[in-house]
Design a protein around this ligand. Sequence first.
Ligand code: ADP
Ligand code: MG
Length: 317
Amino acid sequence: MPLGEFDLIERYFSRPSGRRDVLLGVGDDAALLEVPPGRALVAAVDTLVEGRHFLPDAPPDSVGHQALAVNLSDLAAMGADPAWALLSLSLPESDEAWLRSFAAGLYALAERHGVALVGGDTVRGPRVVTITALGCVEPALALRRDGAKAGDVLFVSGWPGEAGAGLEALRSGAMRGDDDALVRRYRYAEPRLELGRALRGRASAAMDVSDGLLGDLQKLCKASGIGARLDLERLPVSAELARRHSRTECERLVLFGGDDYELLFTVPAERAAALEAGAPGALPVHRIGVIEAGAGVRCERDGRVEDLRGAGYDHFA
Ligand code: ADP
Ligand code: MG
């Protein structure tokens, strides 16, 4: 017998979180949440549609992970402390094996970051997952896209391009399993919450890389009303990426791949060295350019301007 809506919610989405700021969670008409005085509520929502944002044969736990991760990455990019999430789930049927795995992936990430699932909605329809993530930050310390100034140093965290390589491997049928390092990077990418917090009051602007580093840098420049120089020879290429792809392919993946949830951010020049030396956790940060007067992004390689439109990248732009 298929599981009814209320049993489904009770069985899979009612785990207690232990957060004391959840005055009322799943079960009433709405959740009651306590925002600490002096802090602003930070809200983000993202929808994943089967066939468009995740592959129909994706492991359900990876869908649960991704749906929350993409939202937590937005909170990380704001420098917020994540706190609560709401889940809207549209499913063609109540497939318990799918639900159990989906919930396991979602809660594993939620619990790692102390996020409470406090409500949602469950409907019948095509498989679509929408999560709203909520967090808190002192408004004056929030990381925004619009604060970059000429002379600021441009950084990216971690190893962009790996998730994009994993996704391409899955799409081409070259790779299927979770045992592959790049496929795992795509399916279970980690939102950079610790780095986001550490950048509060330090970075002048920040955003997460979701649509590719180059395109997202253009957005950051536009929001800040300024230009940037990107040093192509400084782009970080992970050992795993380099082992599997040519140098040109690696550069394409780093510049245009999404889904890594790395942070792109700018720091006033006098703070750049300290940040480079002491980024939090095991995550490296890489200096990849500088903010400068003007508009848009100028790519240079070893000090010489390079026009990427002439470099065979057109089909990705
Ligand atoms: P209402 O009709 O008042 O919106 P629902 O019957 O849709 O209430 O939901 C009952 C309770 O279960 C609510 O507290 C709602 O937030 C929660 N809920 C529903 N679906 C989910 C879900 N997929 N995940 C978490 N909580 C859910
Ligand atoms: Mg409802």
